[in-house]
Design a protein around this ligand. Sequence first.
Ligand code: FAD
Length: 630
Amino acid sequence: MTETTRLAYDAVVIGAGGAGLRAAIEARLHGLRTAIVSKSLFGKAHTVMAEGGAAAALGNVASDDDWRVHFRDTIRGGKFLNDPRMAELHAREAPDRILELEYWGALFDRTEDGRISQRNFGGHEYPRLAHVGDRTGLEMIRTLQQRIVQLQQADAAEYGDPEAMLKVHAETTITELVTDNGRVAGAFGYLRDSGEFLLLESPVVILATGGIGRSFEVTSNSWEYTGDGHALALRAGAALINMEFVQFHPTGMVWPPSVRGILVTESVRGDGGVLRNSAGKRFMFDYVPEVFRAQYAESEEEADGWYTDPRNHRRPPELLPRDEVARAINTEVKEGRGSPHGGVFLDVSERLSAEEITRRLPSMYHQFKELADVDITAEPMEVGPTCHYVMGGVAVDAETGAASVPGLFAAGEVAGGMHGSNRLGGNSLSDLLVFGRRCGLGAAAYLDSLGADRPAVPAAAVAEAATAATAPLSRSEGDNPYLLHREIQRTMNDLVGIVRNGAEIEQAIARLEKLDARVAGVRVEGGRCYNPGWHLALDLRNMLLVSQAVARCALEREESRGGHTRDDFPRMSARWRRITLAARLDGSDVVVEHRRTPPMRRDLLALFERGELEKYLTEEELADGSPEDT
Ligand code: FAD
């Protein structure tokens, strides 16, 4: 058996996106010797791709905004299935996290009076997204990395070694978590270039691995998003909640085929882009659901007035939450009113000058010019839904990010609860900062509580992880990993996609079950040096497991809500709102448990009109004024 390099830390953070970096900074600030591991190059996390901005009720552009309005918007967007404590902490703390980022050197766009500028986004009552053009994620990662380098420089001065307290293991993939009597003891993985094995011994592991989009055929997600953290958590004994809720962003590129799924930022609509079908109709007015009717414009005139006079006009329906817009586009295309390449038209040139478009949306301008030969300053884009974000993730404690497995924490897209059934745009970047920091703090407190009683890595676990990792290379027969990946993606796209029904989900579950044995017997040619086929083979079992969790939860939830639409159960049900589905592993089977959706405190419920609560809560919850028990 090949040798494994062993290193010891106080905390291992898996993932170097916004959540991972913010968690690592906090852990280090609390004296924990911390490792950051990333599958991709340092700096190339999903966060870097974020375009539109980070939502925080700073009130710079609309002085009426405050955390309560942000909280209310987030709960409305999630259709009351969010963990209310997480949504509260997020709304309360996001402004401080953005200001902290500025203090660390982030250069946000400015208002005329020199404060951080904020832009409109779907589902947010006020302009709320702090941004840097349409490259906000890049600035966020740059700033967090700069902060890490700053801490390393301080460590170099104090300990004579910049990596004494904070070390980055880039291009290193974790394949297994190691536990000792149910407690986290470390993480096992391999270096992508050499194929060498690495064991990071640590009583704390913080998962910050991002999403699961690569399990779907059309996605805005890049190659790393294979649900590794979700699968690692399941295999370590933690539960995943809300996995049936997958966000299909309404606007991905649809043409040419090679770029299908690449994101067209919501800022295009936030900055005035309108959606039209093949007949030129601004169709979103036909799709405003009853629960949102009071807040959205009924005519083009009213919607257009909102851009210059938001106090006296209601919002355009193009700015409804993403699930609503994605479903509307899906229906237009299915009913034959789509664009030539199977999308609809999104036009920002109707409202903004060419100069303003290239200034406010520079990446979008270049993206369309270079990839599709479309000049968005003069002509509409063709867009359609693309799998973008998973609301579901590891069940965690709102205050600390701790999962049910002692020593395991999760933050960012891999964690569940915060966004309920549908995330509002901009709420992910702020979520990463708020809960990344809280995970770092939670990890420090956990480590304190352990004292000298630290878990130890069982020798057998390391040998098992190494054998499992090399197995695809040593088989003489088996399926090709690329073909298996395609089958998973097609199954999820066609049968557990944007609109679902029971019969199709059952078909998907049967197909995924059949894939189980084939994925377990996958075969790869070549050796361990720079072998992408081998890397994919190891990712496949994560994608398969996560897909099974999504499909099983989707079958169980017999209603339509947020990022889960069933055409056999088209209505939202107050009874189902009280239930949060939790997926767990029982042996090798994914099982789904019903849990009570966490109740909302009375003072938070009071932020909503009773008429609105009646759309979501059961009659018994509303009766006798005991909302505390919702
Ligand atoms: P990521 O930033 O996804 O980082 C995950 C990290 O985990 C990476 O470093 C990866 O290499 C590592 N990793 C994964 N698996 C392993 C493993 N097995 N071993 C080791 N490392 C591993 N949200 C907003 O709020 N506003 C926006 O404007 C916005 N725009 C977006 C635009 C695009 C194109 C996309 C795709 C998303 C956008 N989002 C936006 C969503 C947001 O960017 C993501 O949800 C968020 O960045 C996720 O951050 P994270 O820290 O959880 O994980």
